[in-house]
Design a protein around this ligand. Structure first.
Ligand code: SER
Length: 897
């Protein structure tokens, strides 16, 4: 049975039982505690812990998940995948254990012709939490499972939580016996390869606190209701129903593996039996490729772009590991253009957007591979040198500094350094590396920190949120009468705040826009009779709760107080211009470059906007001008801006652009500029007509990572001011150069050309003048113990090559008998340049230029040296030059001729 069919049957089974089908949350889910969604229940946490009321009593979903903590195990076991799909059914205070167990059992064992999975009931085992007699009873009495196949296990195995504070509960897992070929008998406790877990039923009833390990954490209390959270591993069910050995061989990954084998000329599975752990290294590599390529596709598909930190780093690591595995298999050409389309074809039956957005995905992924290939070339040489040095020094590991330098300068991820060093038999000082990384992070995060609400999970917010959502009035008005719902300081609820204090305030209703969707928070004031608060920042730490960080300028503030909240109208006007400007530029970009130039991030504040978008080449001046033109024409057209609310499905149907990493509610806000000309899902504040944006000027465009570019622009008055500054520059230049503006470039180019020619001519003249003095200098020679010797100060500022040429010229003029020359010149920036030269006869007589310099230099306080025929140096004091000459003369006089 195909994976897409298993998925369909699962959802149908639960939909028929009153469950609402909920779409998968995006992998980069908006939760500060998680890098990626790692279980089906993640998007439902607020319902389990009672923070929000669940919109449905029953739900079902197929959730995209990423887990990378076992990345080293990928390919070596049968069950570890970095990307997987979790099919789940959820009850929010509705049904509990019995119905959950029965539903799972029915679907698993119902015949294939009746829409089930047709597993053999005799081969299914169940585990339960130690003393969960209720679950044992249901399995035995209701389902009919014999006691021998009901296994009791402890907290580490059968008590489930997300590994962090939150909902948790005892669980019961279903295992399938794959038969004697796969391992030893005796049930899941004996062999988890033979007995493969395929479904986990969690009886979500408690809330846990922070802890140290899987089974060491406190239970804080009961959840408001008893819930169900189940997770059936879609890939595991495919493994079972497709009769394959492991999850790398199912229909959604095997074609990638096959293509990799074909490209590398390897034959997969020649040596392995059923137990994949015994596999040959090449088989493991092929599985790594299959797994990682699919994961990378899903991550980029969900809007993640490669980066050196956080989510982007996980993607980068996975892509690079796949590329490295291909290289280790002997394939050195770009691999992604061969493999990624195969992954797309595997996955697009369930995720059609992977096909429709493939151009964008491919651009980002291919660019990352290209960047990595360059990195490998540069970094490998450095690494090899470091390895050789470390080995020569008898070290067993590379220093943390070296690993850090590789990371910092060449973008070598630490694990790559580890792997490559290990291949050459060396370890790496990872602690030292981690320390340096930590220091770097602390430096760069220091100022970003202070700003955001640091206590997002504080119970104080939760209490305030329980009293309802904060009504946002700011789309329609800038001044709103309201009441103070509560105050929070350092995560704790406080009753009052006095003058001078900084505190967080929640109002019942507010016109202040909280930072989101790239738009920064509004500025303004909140006032009451004698009280005045300046709003410093506005955030939404919990969904539905708007929190103002304020400074109390005058008076006192207390909960329940009546206040008037006023957004600074000038600020908001400019903020609206910037946000609408961002939509306009985005639409213009996609018109000019094509639809794959999709926004991957944005930031806008009054007067300024920046937009990150998928593209892998710089934009030339003409393209930039064209984008600017399309934007400004759209402003001039005075396109109407319309805002509508509709379901997500309707918005998608209308072609509205939804952005990555954003989670949207059932009802979404769609902002149109000129109808479909620009149509985006957006919660921001906008102008009413495009002409209100005023003007837009692009001021920068650059790469910010593989396949991602950043465009910056000014809007409204700022755009005009920027242009005015540029005009002032041009005016200054036209006045100085006395040409009309249009002729400036030509004039400047002509000036530069002339200047270069003049400099060359000057050099030539100077050299000629210096050489002309050679005759004069030669005439000053005297005889010292049979050597013709010239010691003289050349004109000031003759340095380097010129002084050397001069010395050689003087030496040539002294004839064929032994001769030596010592010339100096005062340098323009202080100090002395000096050159000594000795001719062939002089050298035969035992003189050496280097020796003369060694006599001369210390006297003037300089250093220098060189060969017997020519030597030079610099430094010292001009005032001592004559003393230096005297020393050299004395030394020549003492030299036997
Ligand atoms: N949350 C449980 C798990 O991830 C069941 O869905 O295994």
């Amino acid at each position: 049975m195909k994976t897409s069919e298993i998925r369909r049957r699962f959802l149908a089974h639960f939909e028929a039982d009153g469950h609402t089908v909920v779409p998968s949350a995006p992998l980069p889910f908006d939760d500060p505690n998680l890098l990626f969604v790692n279980a089906g229940m993640v998007q439902f946490v607020p319902y389990f812990i009672g923070q929000l009321n669940a919109p449905w009593q029953r739900a079902t979903s197929v959730q995209k998940c990423i887990r990378t903590q076992d990345i080293e195990e990928v390919g070596k076991t049968t069950r570890h995948g970095t990307f997987f799909q979790m099919n789940g059914n959820f009850s929010f205070g509705d049904y509990f254990k019995e119905h959950a167990i029965k539903m799972a059992w029915d679907l698993s064992t119902k015949s294939i012709s009746d829409g089930g999975f047709g597993l053999d009931a005799e081969r299914i085992w169940a585990t339960v939490y130690l003393d969960d007699e209720e679950a044992v009873d249901i399995w035995h009495r209701v389902v009919g499972l014999p006691h021998e196949r009901i296994v009791r296990r402890g907290k580490a195995d059968n008590y489930w939580s997300m590994g962090i504070p939150g909902p948790c509960g005892p669980c019961s897992e279903l295992y399938y016996d794959r038969g004697a070929d796969y391992g030893r008998p005796g049930g899941p406790e004996v062999d988890e390869d033979r007995f493969m877990e395929f479904w986990n039923l969690v009886f979500m009833q408690n809330e846990r606190g922070a802890g140290t390990t899987k089974d060491d954490y406190p239970i804080l209390g009961e959840l408001p209701a008893k819930n169900i959270d189940t997770g059936m591993g879609l890939e595991r069910m495919s493994t079972l129903l497709q009769g394959v050995d492991n999850l790398y061989e199912i229909d959604e990954t095997r074609p990638i593996l096959n293509r990799a084998a074909e490209l590398t000329g390897k034959q997969y599975g020649l040596h392995s039996g059923h137990a994949a752990t015994e596999s040959a290294p090449d088989d493991v590599r092929l599985r790594v490729v299959a797994d990682h390529i699919r994961t990378a596709l899903m991550l980029v598909g969900d809007g993640v772009t490669p980066d050196n930190e956080g989510r982007g780093y996980v993607l980068r690591r996975i892509l690079r590991r796949a590329v490295r595995a291909m290289r280790l298999l002997g394939y050195d050409d770009p691999a992604l253009p061969e493999l990624l389309p195969v992954a797309r074809d595997c996955m697009s039956a369930s995720y059609p957007e992977l096909a429709s957005e493939y151009d964008r995905i491919a651009m980002i992924a291919y660019a990352e591979e290209a960047a990595f290939r360059r990195t490998l070339v540069a970094g490998t040489t450095i690494l090899d040198t470091a390895v050789t040095k470390a080995k020569a020094a008898g070290a067993e590991s590379l220093q943390g500094e070296q690993a850090f330098a590789l990371h910092d300068t060449y973008g070598f991820p630490i694990d790559l350094t580890l792997e490559m060093a290990a291949e050459q038999g060396l370890a790496v000082d990872t602690e030292g590396f981690a320390r340096l990384m930590q220091e770097q992070r602390a430096r760069s995060k220091a100022d970003a920190r202070g700003k955001k609400s640091a206590h997002a999970d504080s119970p104080a917010y939760r209490d305030l949120r329980e009293r309802g959502v904060t009504e946002f009035t700011g789309y329609g008005e800038l001044i709103t009468e309201s009441h103070v719902r509560g105050l929070v300081r350092d995560g704790e609820s406080v009753p009052t705040a006095g003058a001078g204090e900084i505190v967080e305030v929640v109002l019942e209703r507010t016109p202040f826009y909280a930072e989101s969707g790239g738009q920064i928070a509004d500025e303004g004031v909140i006032t009451a009779d004698d009280t005045r608060l300046r709003v410093l920042d506005v955030q939404r730490p919990v969904k539905g709760l708007i929190v103002h960080r304020v400074q109390v300028e005058e008076g006192e503030l207390h909960a329940g107080q009546r206040v008037v909240a006023s957004v600074d109208p000038e600020w908001r006007r400019s903020a609206r211009q910037a946000h609408s400007g961002t939509h306009v530029v985005h639409a213009a970009l996609r018109q000019v470059l094509g639809p794959s130039a999709l926004q991957s991030g944005s930031y806008n504040k009054p007067g300024y906007l920046r937009l990150d978008f998928a593209w892998n080449a710089g934009l030339d001046a003409a393209t930039r001008a064209q984008i600017e033109d399309v934007s400004n024409i759209a402003l001039r057209e005075d396109l109407p801006v319309d805002v509508r609310h509709m379901t997500l499905a309707q918005a998608r149907e209308l072609g509205a652009l939804a952005l990555f990493g954003e989670t949207y509610d059932e009802t979404v806000r769609v902002v149109d500029i000129g109808g479909a000309w620009s149509r985006e899902l957006c919660g921001g504040t906008h102008v009413e007509h495009s002409s209100q944006v005023g003007a837009l000027t692009i001021v920068g465009e650059a790469s910010i990572g593989a396949g991602v570019r950043r465009l910056e622009a000014y809007v409204g008055l700022e755009a005009l001011r920027y242009l005015a500054t540029e005009r002032a520059l041009v005016t200054a230049l036209t006045e100085n150069l006395k040409v009309p503006a249009a002729e400036l470039p030509e004039r400047v180019e002509a000036l530069v050309t002339r200047l270069r020619a003049a400099e060359k001519e000057l050099d030539r003249l100077r050299a000629a003048a210096v050489l002309e003095s050679a005759g004069e200098l030669a005439a000053q020679s005297s005889d010292i113990a049979g050597t013709r010797f010239v010691a003289a100060q050349a004109p000031k500022g003759v340095t380097g090559n010129d002084l050397r040429s001069l010395a050689l010229d003087v030496r040539a003029r002294l004839g064929a008998s032994p001769a030596a020359v010592l010339l100096t010149s005062e340098k323009d920036d202080g100090g002395v340049s000096f050159v000594a030269a000795v001719n062939e006869a002089g050298r035969s007589a035992g003189l050496a230029a280097g020796e003369l310099v060694k006599v001369f230099a210390p006297v003037i306080g300089a250093r220098g040296g060189g060969k017997p025929d020519l030597a030079q140096g610099a430094g010292g004091e001009v005032a001592k030059v004559e003393d230096g000459f005297a020393s050299v003369r004395a030394s020549l006089a003492g030299t036997p001729g």
